[in-house]
Ligand binder design. Structure first.
Ligand code: M6R
Length: 607
């Protein structure tokens, strides 16, 4: 959470910082601030609220060509101007922005207070500024290195000193930091979206590294002052991909991009000759892959839901025992890491702390972990043993949509690859592959249901509670539909396996509580129909997402949406966009901030 940005070069820094923060706003939007250096003067401007508010109070002619900025997702201390970053040291000469959590800040603060230090905020961050000041003897980089060695927890920081104009020092442990290499100018940010308008040449920092940037160059060293040899990578997407392009918000745009993003996730990954999947980056030999007897998927939120679909598929189609685990749970369970178990860490951002730490724990125990990530160069992608990029392109809205269906595409491809190594015949492989190839077009057809879905959303958006119900592959989709709705509309929603409602949740059914049923024409259709009847018999309104032409479902439901027909294993793709659109239109109806829902942030880098 939180986004940080830094700029040093020939241009005025303030507009670059504010624009960079706007791009990072998805990481947190409680408060924002910048510090800009002009001569030996360090001016700090900060405010609660979003970047638009900050922009309004930053003078258009603010001088200074070096600066740092921050957009906050509050952890320590309320949402106040005083707690907003940047923070200063007591001399006022050091300014600092921080993303992460200093776990031992209380002890440090008490010691400093005992020596007379006065703190102006309730944040954990302010202690870092104080520590740096204590170690400062004319060299900011040295002082930063000494200070961070006293910290426990996580940090991505950018620091400036009034006596060292043009210099920004960045350090990371557990929170992402990227250096942008421009022509006569340098940037530093939590991710590349903040800098892609200025440069596409980037250097991804690792934990324990410190960057010293000035307009004419940079160095990266470790905490023992040894230089680290870094590669300059090139960002392979354009600014256009992070613009709204005529859509009212990013979530809407990203929902409608799915036919292309799924196509990209599949592109070059289906081998017609052998009717199998082709995944180049796994870094495992066919023999090693073949010897895997169990698959464990670790993820959070929407990525966990994609993982649940993946586990169902890998087990039922590839016949490999598979399970999806919540990263925040597995990490502290002292997990058993058996040989011949393949772990898959799934994450859009590739920075989610829960998933990253769970993955590190598994690797520490000798397990093999592959990453399924969207963000290229992200920490999970770099720290895993190999993996798959899902190529959905930058996902900006806090609610994940296109990354979910691209993660599904990765799971279907992996399932095909593994199934064809085991029992699946070439004929069946071809059938699976053809169905997979048809997905982008069929998803495009589900998007034409938008007006119908909007009308249904209008009808139900005032409900206080919703149930989302489905069986088998539709169970994770029910969880995902409920998550989408609560996340952006703030309507309470629960996802359940439809077979589970009689074990308790059916007590919630009433004329005021609509149930959203996912009813594809799969082998469990009849059972799901019975569950629908159980709800109807108790006066509960039913919205059914079924298959076009399925009159039984249409007749039983109060409202019906029909998606195109497809091989029954592929309905997770076709139910996704309608569920996302339903949540989106409910949120619009309730006037919610769709892209930046309250209390949330896109990249969850705290536990
Ligand atoms: O970046 P990740 O996929 O690891 O993020 C995991 C969750 O934080 C994320 O999916 C979250 O649940 C989304 N806001 C859901 O829309």
């Amino acid at each position: 959470m939180c986004g940080i940005v830094g700029y040093t070069g020939p241009r005025r820094a303030a507009p670059v910082l504010v624009e960079g923060l706007k791009r990072l706003e998805y990481r947190g939007y409680d408060s924002a601030g910048i510090a800009v250096q002009s001569g030996s003067d360090l001016k700090v401007i900060k405010t609660v609220g979003k970047i638009a508010r900050l922009k309004a109070i930053v003078p258009a002619d603010l001088p200074g060509t070096c600066g740092i900025g921050h957009t906050r997702w509050a952890t320590h201390g309320g949402v106040t101007d005083a707690n907003a970053h940047p923070h200063r040291d007591p001399t006022g000469k050091i300014v600092l922005v921080h993303n992460g959590i200093v776990e031992n800040y209380k002890g440090i603060k008490e010691k400093l207070q005992a020596k007379g230090a006065v703190f102006l905020s309730e944040t954990d961050t302010e202690v870092i500024a104080h520590l740096i000041a204590r170690y400062y003897e004319g060299d900011l980089e040295k002082a930063v290195k000494a200070a961070v060695q006293r910290l426990e927890g996580t940090y991505g920081i950018a620091v400036m000193h009034a006596d060292e104009p043009g210099r920004i020092v960045g350090a990371r442990k557990g929170s992402p930091l990227v250096v942008g290499v421009g022509e006569g100018e340098m940037l530093l940010a939590s991710d590349v979206t903040a800098m892609v308008a200025h440069t596409k040449r980037v250097v991804y920092m690792n934990d324990g590294e410190v960057a010293d940037i000035r307009p004419d160059g940079f160095t990266i060293t470790d905490l023992d002052d040894r230089p680290v040899d870094k590669r300059i990578d090139s960002v392979d997407w354009d600014l256009g991909e992070i613009e709204k392009e005529g859509f009212s918000c990013y979530m809407e745009k990203e929902i409608f991009e799915q036919p292309e993003s799924i196509g990209r996730a599949l592109s070059g990954r289906l081998d017609a000759e052998f009717a199998t999947g082709k995944l180049g980056g796994l870094n495992l030999t066919p023999q090693q892959l073949h010897s895997m007897q169990r698959i464990k998927i670790i993820a959070a939120g929407t990525s966990w839901h994609a993982g649940l679909v993946g586990a169902y598929l890998l087990e039922s189609v590839a016949r490999i025992p598979a399970a999806a685990e919540l990263a925040s749970e597995i990490r502290y369970r002292n997990p058993v890491v058996e040989p011949n178990t393949l772990f898959l860490a799934v994450s859009q951002s590739g920075e989610t702390a829960d998933t990253l730490y769970a993955m590190r724990e598994v690797r520490r125990k000798g397990g093999t972990v592959l990453g399924i990530c969207n963000v290229v160069g992200s920490t999970i992608a770099r720290e895993s043993d190999g993996g798959v990029y899902v190529h959905s392109g930058p996902e900006i809205a806090v609610a994940s949509t296109k990354a979910f269906t691209s993660q599904l595409a990765a799971f279907y491809t992996l399932t095909l690859l593994l199934a064809r190594m085991h029992d699946m015949s070439p004929t069946e492989g071809r059938r699976f592959m053809e169905a997979l190839r048809s997905v982008p077009d069929k998803v495009a057809r589900t998007l034409t249901l938008r007006d119908q879905i909007q009308a249904i959303a209008k009808k139900y958006a005032k409900a206080r509670d919703f149930l989302f119900l489905g069986r088998n592959l539709m169970y994770p989709l029910a969880l995902e539909g409920a998550l989408k709705l609560k996340e952006i509309s703030y309507i309470h929603a629960e996802g359940y396996g439809a077979g589970e409602i009689k074990h308790g949740p059916i007590a919630l059914v009433s004329p005021e509580t609509p149930s959203v049923f996912l009813v594809p024409d799969d082998f469990l259709r009849e059972k799901t129909l019975s569950n629908m009847k159980e709800i109807k018999a108790r006066g509960g309104p039913v919205i059914a997402f079924g298959v076009e032409g399925d009159e039984d479902v249409r007749e039983l439901a109060d409202d019906f949406i029909g998606v195109p027909k497809i091989d029954e294993r592929f309905y997770p793709f076709l139910m996704s966009a309608p569920l996302q659109l339903f949540a989106y239109f409910c949120a619009l109806e309730l006037n919610r901030d769709v892209d930046q829902p309250r209390n949330l942030a896109k990249s969850v880098t705290v536990e």
